[in-house]
Design a protein around this ligand. Structure first.
Ligand SMILES: [Zn+2]
Length: 202
């Protein structure tokens, strides 16, 4: 059986597209309407490709299914810069493909981080995300400044609720408000992206 190798490209919006995808001409169609753009999001997956259906892709069908389960249920595939869970399956397939085929470690970036790096606005973007993360704890800090002992309990309960809320937001909306994710992302950015003129992910 002839196996089809995937081949990846990144469009102007930072979306990874597979050139071997059976629906490729449709995926790269220019001047899409708003509805077509929305539909594209649902097509950017191996599951809409005939090579997945016929099981003649470089990645066996069972492997693709396993990766998809991991993407949906675990934090394994998250943006190296902001901690957001990666929504698009093809972004993950590209990373895995480069690792297994060429032994190349690739960063995993969400589209927002990709766009901000491309436009040279990542430091501002990360600062905004860090502010958002810290805002969740502001009421606790005010409660701690206040001298009444009861406030300590309220502050603790509040901080715990904020933490639980962050877990729900990350799992359900794939958006990370965890300071640790963002600080790790800042380190990653300084190490691999700072002072680099462009992002070369191809
Ligand atoms: Zn990101």
């Amino acid at each position: 059986m002839v196996v089809v190798d995937p081949s990846f490209e990144i469009d102007e919006k930072g979306r990874v597209i597979c050139q071997s995808h059976s629906n490729y001409p449709n995926l790269i169609k220019p001047n899409k309407t708003y509805l077509e753009e929305l539909q594209l999001e649902t097509l950017l997956t191996c599951k809409s490709c005939s090579h997945y259906v016929n099981d003649d892709c470089y990645f066996p069908k069972s492997e693709i299914d396993k990766i998809e389960i991991d993407r949906l249920s675990r934090s394994r595939f998250q943006c190296n810069l902001c901690g957001n869970k990666i929504d698009r399956m093809l972004t993950i397939m590209q990373k895995i493909y480069f690792e297994v085929k060429f032994n190349m470690k690739m960063p995993l970036l969400c589209c927002s981080c990709y766009q901000n790096i491309k436009n040279d606005k990542f430091p501002e973007y990360l600062r905004r995300r860090i502010r958002e993360s810290l805002l969740f704890y502001t009421p606790s800090v005010f409660l701690l400044i206040n001298p009444y002992p009861f406030n300590l309990i309220v502050a603790f309960v509040y901080a715990l609720s904020a933490f639980l809320l962050k877990i729900i937001i990350k799992q359900k909306f794939h958006y990370s408000l965890f300071l640790v994710d963002l600080l790790n992302g800042r380190k990653f950015y300084k190490k691999y992206f700072k002072n680099k003129k462009s992002v070369d992910l191809s």
